[in-house]
Write a new protein. Structure first.
Length: 100
C-alpha cells in the first residue's frame, strides 16, 4: 500500500484497495462533474466514503502526474477516433438527413 486505501498495480497505476476502481476514475468524476466524495458515494455506493477521500487525497498529492496521464489518454483517444473515421451508423444517419 502506498497510502491508506491506495495500492499500485504492476504498471504503477494507483487503485482503490479492495475494489476494481482506479484512482483516475474517481478523479475524472471530480473533474468532469465537480462531485464531492459524498456525491461519488451516492453514485457508486460500492466505494466506501473513506476510500473515496483517500483517492482524492492521493490525487492532490500526485496531481501533476495524474493530470498529465489524463491529458495523455485524452490525446490518445482523439487520435484513435480520428483514425477510425466516421462510423457506419453515423454515415447512415447523415445520408438519411438526421444529422448535419
Amino acid at each position: 500500500m502506498v497510502a491508506p486505501h491506495i495500492v499500485l498495480d504492476e504498471r504503477g497505476r494507483p487503485w482503490i484497495d479492495g475494489t476494481n476502481t482506479k484512482v483516475i476514475e474517481v478523479v475524472l468524476d471530480y473533474l468532469a462533474y465537480g462531485w464531492s466524495p459524498e456525491e461519488m458515494h451516492r453514485h457508486h455506493p460500492h466505494l466506501p466514503l473513506g476510500k473515496l477521500y483517500a483517492a482524492m487525497a492521493y490525487y492532490f498529492d500526485h496531481q501533476e502526474g495524474i493530470d498529465a496521464e489524463i491529458e495523455r489518454q485524452t490525446k490518445e483517444l482523439a487520435a484513435m477516433r480520428a483514425a477510425a473515421g466516421e462510423s457506419p451508423f453515423v454515415k447512415r444517419m447523415r445520408l438519411a438527413g438526421k444529422l448535419p
